[in-house]
Design a protein around this ligand. Structure first.
Ligand code: 2HG
Ligand code: ZN
Length: 459
């Protein structure tokens, strides 16, 4: 753990206030362990600044002393990228909660880094607008974290990823200098788009304090269809049919019998249909008028007994619970390995079906729970009960590579996946990325242990 001298702690307290520097292990624990409980770190101090100026002065101080820091938002990350696994100081942006007035003409908003995605989706509704990124952890996940990991989520299909919503940032570089680009110009070709470089940078290049974000229309009428299917191939085929209806279709999700059984056992959810089906697909459409007919038409070839259609808010929520409850139900069983991967849709069926065998070869006890964003080719492979020493991550990632996929579709590399980065990035790409890191953070102080292996060679 990075030691903090008393004079240093005094300086930090003078800067952000006594109660915004936490050193008691009881108090810092929540910031040191990730949501799953799999990544457990420790820290000598959690510092909670409340303005960009405070962040700048703080980073200048840490820079002068060579103290590494992990920026943290809602601590909902799943790849061990936001906790102090090497004893770094934690810089919590949770206090950055300000949401500026909606610019309804431009369809934009400026939000501070600690604003949650739920707040961001909710606040602009009275202007007929909302935010395009929606993920199950919306009540805790923050703007800063969503940019740092370039979040995708449930409605990416229609609105794009976090980078696609990002028009500018205010951020503090490792040496405490501030870049501020919040004018919201959608047309502005004046060289490098530094804000876009921060999307997916996992806290390694700068500490984001505010962001200018694109909003999307809020559609008042919604319909959700839950379809029971015999196999994954039928789900891929149906996702293809539904894709032709985007918009108004905005979400196409997949889960399997293995997940529904957990939902029944651990969350007490009833079976969605009379009998259990091997595969389920959930689709949502949203429009200014009732979009149910679009879903019904797209599902015309499906046996009506295998379809549940919901239009009221309560019924839609009830159906979504089957998909969104997965993470919670799995965590009730134990600490899973979370492998968020994507493959080309042409390979999706073969890949998804090959997983159980690939896992059983490395750990006989491993139980996969597969679900995800099928239209994006994004499968969340959660593995329960794997033998501690078994290389389940390697087994799945090698399979992903064979099918031409990505070892991280939307959660990032963090610390969990860095040994496998070479499966997706060539030596040249990694060298170029390291050069960017080294030029913006030459002392390697900002989240120094994520994305790249052997961080000490940076620079
Ligand atoms: C989701 O799509 C999230 O629900 C979490 O990305 C996935 O828990 C997971 O593995
Ligand atoms: Zn997801």
């Amino acid at each position: 753990m990075v030691e903090m001298s008393e004079p240093m702690l005094r300086e930090l307290r003078a800067l952000v206030g006594e109660h915004n520097v936490l050193t008691d292990p009881e108090m810092t624990r929540g910031f040191s362990v990730d949501w799953t409980g799999r990544f457990v770190g420790q820290t000598a101090a959690v510092v909670r600044p409340h303005s960009t100026e405070e962040v700048a002065r703080l980073l200048r101080l840490l820079w002068a002393e060579g103290i590494p820091v992990v920026p943290q938002g809602g601590n909902t990350g799943l790849v061990g990228g936001g906790v102090p696994l090497h004893g770094e100081v934690v810089l919590s942006l949770a206090g950055f909660k300000k949401l500026y007035p909606v610019d309804s003409g431009a369809g934009q908003i400026t939000a501070q880094a600690g604003v949650t995605l739920a707040m961001l989706r909710e606040q602009p509704l009275k202007h007929g607008l909302t935010f395009g990124i929606d993920i199950a952890s919306r009540d805790s996940a923050t703007v800063g974290g969503a940019i740092a990991t370039n979040a995708g989520g449930l409605r990416m299909l229609r609105y794009g990823d976090m980078a696609a919503q990002l028009l500018g940032v205010e951020a503090v570089l490792a040496d405490g200098s501030v870049i501020s680009h919040l004018d919201g110009l959608t047309k502005d070709n004046t060289g490098y788009r530094l804000h876009q470089l921060l999307a997916g940078s996992e806290g390694t290049l700068a500490v984001i304090t505010q962001a200018r974000l694109r909003l999307v229309p809020h559609y008042t009428h919604r319909a959700v269809g839950l379809v029971a299917l015999p196999d994954i191939a039928s789900a891929v085929a149906l996702a293809g049919t539904l894709r032709r209806c985007i918009p108004p279709v905005e979400a196409i999700e997949l889960f399997l019998q293995e997940g529904v059984e957990l939902l029944q056992r651990h969350l007490g959810l009833p079976q969605p249909f009379q009998t259990l089906s091997p595969v389920y697909l959930l689709a949502e459409a949203a429009d200014r008028t009732d979009p149910a007919s679009v879903l019904i038409e797209a599902l015309a070839d499906i046996n009506p007994d295998s379809i549940l259609l919901a239009t009221s808010e309560a019924d839609r929520k009830r159906l979504w619970r089957y998909r969104e409850g997965h993470t919670e139900a799995i965590s009730r069983v134990g600490i899973p390995r979370k492998l968020d991967v994507s493959v080309p849709l042409t390979a999706f069926v073969e890949f998804a079906e090959a997983i159980p065998k690939a896992l059983s070869e490395v750990s006989a006890s491993a139980v996969p729970i597969r679900f995800g964003h099928i239209a994006d080719g994004n499968l969340h492979v959660n593995v329960l009960h794997a033998a501690e020493e078994a290389d389940v991550d390697g087994a799945v990632f090698e399979l992903v590579a064979q099918f031409g996929g990505s070892i991280s579709a939307e959660h990032g590399i963090g610390t969990a996946k860095k040994p496998w980065l070479h499966l997706n990035r060539s030596d040249v790409e990694i060298r170029a990325a390291r050069a960017i890191k080294a030029s913006l953070d030459p002392a390697n102080l900002l989240n120094p242990h994520v994305i790249f292996s052997e961080p000490e060679s940076v620079g």
